[in-house]
Ligand binder design. Structure first.
Ligand SMILES: Cc1cc2nc3c(=O)[nH]c(=O)nc-3n(C[C@H](O)[C@H](O)[C@H](O)COP(=O)(O)O)c2cc1C
Ligand SMILES: [Fe+2]
Ligand SMILES: [Fe+2]
Length: 397
């Protein structure tokens, strides 16, 4: 059970979910996920920041009771209405009927539409407003589209604690400890790339805006809605998020391919080998039929190069390749060097289709796209070499 005082009257009361297979019905959770909620105790009033997924309401209420010892709660601040955080609002309201739900005008509309809550139950705040809890004041920052339109962040001025919502969050349940000072966080960083690239990526501009708002603001703890509370590693986490928000990749190439009978796979292996021969140290090869696109997106977010390959399938793209391309489009991936190759037995069109799908994305096409007929011949090996050489020159700068 991960309930702890983070600092000076601010407590973690969130829960772990090690049962759900797919977050948002789509994204695998090999390390689980935490839904974080926090209790802020002032001298006069007590505020709860966000709730948890409805499946975890009972545990959540027990955590709160353990911290409050049965005392009341005055406010529930709703930084984000997505149901992984608002799902226990009814349970909280039933337990603490007098509590005021705090949100902005967009939150208020969703509170009504999701939960039928309005009128006296809801207190609307605007950017810069504060609520005094007695020795602790909550200040609200509107940060729309990180990751929904109503998203806001809440800052405890006296302690420099920022409740950041989904921003700075990551997949991965918490293993006993809550704050990064209490455990080795290494495993959470890949989960951060995956979380960001899967869920938030499209809203990079808004993430940058939100980060800019806290320039010069003293922040001792970043309490997001998923994953560890950041204290020692704030600079590293904010840097990782800033880079991702700008689609800034580090040198490396993801080779993402699909193959039915292994011939296209041979091209992928050859391209990877040639990349390595050309000095690319980070080469990540993924078979799109065996690795969920979630993990592939994470590495595409991390590295500056991408090569996509797949067979022609009924005069079009292989479905798994199409899935990746549509995920890239949906997230408006940019600032990447991209190459592609394909194959077919009688009328190959896959490299042309891949290129077509990438149109409109702000990426730089590298090397010559090509299609192999049936199996790898010397000319195909030479094309792999040429593509990899061109890509290596780009990604290594
Ligand atoms: C269901 C199916 C549909 C295919 N459709 C086409 C096609 O429309 N045009 C074409 O040139 N080849 C087509 N092919 C052939 C494959 O694209 C070709 O064999 C390719 O090299 C397969 O690569 P692989 O060995 O990596 O699976 C099709 C193959 C299958 C099994
Ligand atoms: Fe969200
Ligand atoms: Fe979330």
């Amino acid at each position: 059970m991960n309930i702890d005082e983070i600092c000076n009257g601010i407590y973690y009361v969130g829960v772990n979910d090690r049962t759900t297979h797919r977050f948002e019905g789509m994204w695998p959770l090999p390390m689980g996920v935490s839904y974080n909620s926090y209790l802020v105790k002032g001298a006069e009033k007590v505020a709860l920041i966000d709730t948890v997924h409805v499946s975890q309401s009972a545990r959540f209420l027990a955590h709160i009771a353990e911290i409050t010892g049965g005392a009341g709660i005055d406010y529930l601040v709703v930084n984000h209405m997505e149901p992984d955080h608002s799902g226990s609002i009814h349970a909280i309201k039933a337990m603490y009927p007098g509590l005021k739900i705090v949100g902005n005008s967009k939150t208020a509309a969703m509170l009504k539409d999701y939960y039928g809550l309005q009128g006296d139950d809801v207190m609307t705040v605007a950017d810069g407003d504060t609520i005094d809890l007695g020795g602790k004041s909550l200040k609200f920052y509107m940060t729309p589209m990180v990751h929904w339109p109503e998203t806001m962040m809440t800052y405890v001025e006296e302690d420099g604690v920022l409740f950041s919502g989904d921003a700075f969050g990551c997949f991965g349940a918490l293993n006993g400890g809550v704050v990064d000072t209490q455990f080795d966080t290494t495993a959470y960083y890949p989960e951060m790339y995956r979380y960001y690239s899967n869920i938030v990526a499209k809203y990079g501009m808004f993430v940058q805006k939100a980060i800019a708002r806290f320039d010069g603001v003293c922040i001792n703890y970043v309490c997001s809605t998923h994953g560890p509370v950041w204290h020692d590693e704030i600079a590293r986490v904010v840097d990782a998020y800033s880079r991702m928000a700008r689609f800034e990749g580090e040198p490396g190439v993801v080779v993402a391919y699909a193959s039915m009978y292994g011939n296209t796979e041979e091209l992928a292996e050859r391209v990877a080998m040639e990349l390595s021969r050309n000095g690319v140290r980070n080469v990540k090869v993924y078979n799109l039929s065996t690795t969920h696109v979630s993990f592939v997106l994470a590495d595409i977010m991390r590295y500056n190069g991408l090569i996509i390959g797949g067979p022609t399938y009924n005069n079009g793209l292989f479905p798994e390749v199409e899935r990746l391309l549509s995920a890239l489009k949906g997230r408006e991936f940019k600032n990447r060097y991209v190459g592609c190759f394909g194959s077919g037995s009688w009328a190959p069109v896959s490299s042309k289709c891949i290129k077509g799908c990438l149109e409109g994305l702000k990426v730089e096409m590298v090397g010559d796209a090509f299609d192999m007929k049936c199996s790898m011949h010397d000319t195909d090996a030479e094309r792999c070499h040429a593509l990899a050489t061109a890509m290596a020159a780009k990604v290594n700068g």
